[in-house]
Design a protein around this ligand. Structure first.
Ligand code: ZN
Length: 269
């Protein structure tokens, strides 16, 4: 699955192919299928419209050409955008934000163009045709893309997956620098608040992953006065008892990262 990195899931919950991103992917694939069907339909009406004769024939031909260019354009853009997504390309969010905004604006323009075509044909006004079509369907068809544009702009999952995170947090694949190893290490101390916000915790001593709720023993902080392990602020690993627990809210808990942290901090040098 190396080539389809976009479908990867990661240990932390708010990164990778989960949640609304899955819903988005399904709508994108459905849109691609719908667009292919649309193109076939345009091809078929094209054959009829192109043979139209008479004073009004030009309207049909003009609309047909616009439809065909638009249809091919959207289809190619969808294929390109889905490819970017599957490769987990960093340009993916920017592409989809632009795509949805352009589709909304040009889609509305083409919708009105079709109303104009019908108005010329029926010798009525564009307004009458649009009112006849009803605004609810059109509004939902054009507002839905904007909802996805906002999603690609604002989603925390999108930011975590396509990168605004610091290299120290997401450098799991590369060899971590001494500075990275040091900054990641900081999260293993006084980490109670971060662990409370984490979906997962990982120990770089025994390399295990577990639910932060499993952590029962804490040291430092008030524990130094009371001696009660429930009062501390630094987690001890529920598996091995070492204070080498990292919170997923702060660090991407990749296996490669835990291995490198272990080698740096625990192996005899
Ligand atoms: Zn451990």
């Amino acid at each position: 699955m190396a080539r389809l990195r976009g479908l990867n899931t990661y240990l932390e919950w708010d990164r990778g192919f989960r949640g609304w991103l899955v819903a988005w992917f399904i709508t994108a694939v459905l849109a691609l299928i719908a667009q292919a069907v649309n193109l076939l339909r345009t091809g078929r009406t094209g054959a009829v419209w192109w043979s139209a004769v008479g004073a009004k024939a030009w309207v049909f031909k003009a609309v047909l050409v616009v439809d065909a260019v638009w249809g091919v354009g959207v289809f190619v853009a969808l294929v390109y955008g889905i490819t970017l997504f599957l490769r987990e390309d960093r340009a993916t969010p920017q592409f989809w934000v632009r795509f949805y905004i352009v589709v909304t604006i040009l889609g509305t323009a083409i919708y009105i163009l079709h109303a104009y075509r019908l108005a010329v044909w029926r010798e009525s006004s564009v307004r009458t045709v649009l009112v006849g079509w009803g605004w609810r369907g059109a509004a939902s068809a054009f507002l839905l893309p904007l909802v996805w544009a906002v999603y690609w702009m604002r989603s925390k999952r999108v930011k975590n997956t396509y990168g605004t995170a610091s290299p120290a947090q997401y450098a799991g694949m590369a060899t971590l620098t001494r500075a990275d190893l040091g900054s990641i290490h900081q999260f293993s101390g006084r980490n109670r608040n971060l662990l409370a916000r984490s979906a997962q915790a990982g120990c770089f001593y025994c390399q295990s992953l577990f639910d932060p709720a499993e952590i029962m023993a804490w040291v430092d902080g008030r524990q130094l006065e009371t001696g009660e392990m429930a009062d501390g602020v630094t987690a001890l690993c529920p598996r091995c008892g070492i204070d080498a627990v990292l919170p997923s809210a702060a660090v991407s808990l990749r296996a490669e990262m835990l291995t490198q942290m272990n080698a740096h901090w625990f192996s005899a040098q």
